[in-house]
Design a protein around this ligand. Structure first.
Ligand code: SF4
Length: 158
């Protein structure tokens, strides 16, 4: 199947975006999660490319700014988080965990169905993953998975 839309996502956005689907759009949210969630919630006409650099959610983030020398997360831009070594280390640790759990790596490309199968089977719990949303988002995460399974017409326990 040809997917016309490719969405670049950081590992913790590969998980965390699901909580946005669980709640629906969030007023005034600081980054592009609402619009990416809308595309993902619509159906399976997309694929995901995994990246540890700035992704398609970062593109419209209010905390990102142009910087000629770039940053740890990409050329030409930096952001509030990229300038905080503690945050960078925590994100790197969570990203590595998510890559391991899902069997993905930098540049991996997966279809919508592959993605939903992987996250729901391999990471059913985000409570210890603060960048994915943590405890506060666990219920929304499960709700998002249930909504997506219904939308994508998948069996509940495949
Ligand atoms: S704070 Fe930085 S890493 Fe987080 S969404 Fe914004 S640009 Fe991306």
């Amino acid at each position: 199947m040809h997917n016309s839309v490719r969405i670049r996502l950081r590992p913790y956005h590969i998980t965390g975006i699901i909580a946005f689907i669980g709640t629906g759009p969030r007023d005034g949210h600081f980054n592009g999660a609402n619009s990416i969630a809308e595309i993902i919630a619509r159906g399976t006409g997309f694929e995901i490319e995994a990246t540890t650099k700035f992704d398609d959610i970062c593109v419209s983030c209010q905390k990102r700014y142009a910087r000629s020398q770039g940053s740890v997360w990409g050329k030409h831009h930096s952001c509030v988080s990229a300038e905080n070594p503690e945050v960078v280390a925590q994100v790197a640790e969570e990203n590595a965990y998510i890559f391991r759990a899902l069997g993905l790596q930098e540049g991996s490309i997966i279809s919508a169905r592959e993605w939903l199968t992987l996250v729901s089977e391999k990471i059913p719990d985000i409570q210890n993953l603060p960048n994915s949303g943590g405890c506060a988002e666990q219920d929304n995460y499960l709700k998002g998975i249930a909504l997506l399974k219904k939308t994508y017409h998948l069996r509940a326990n495949w």
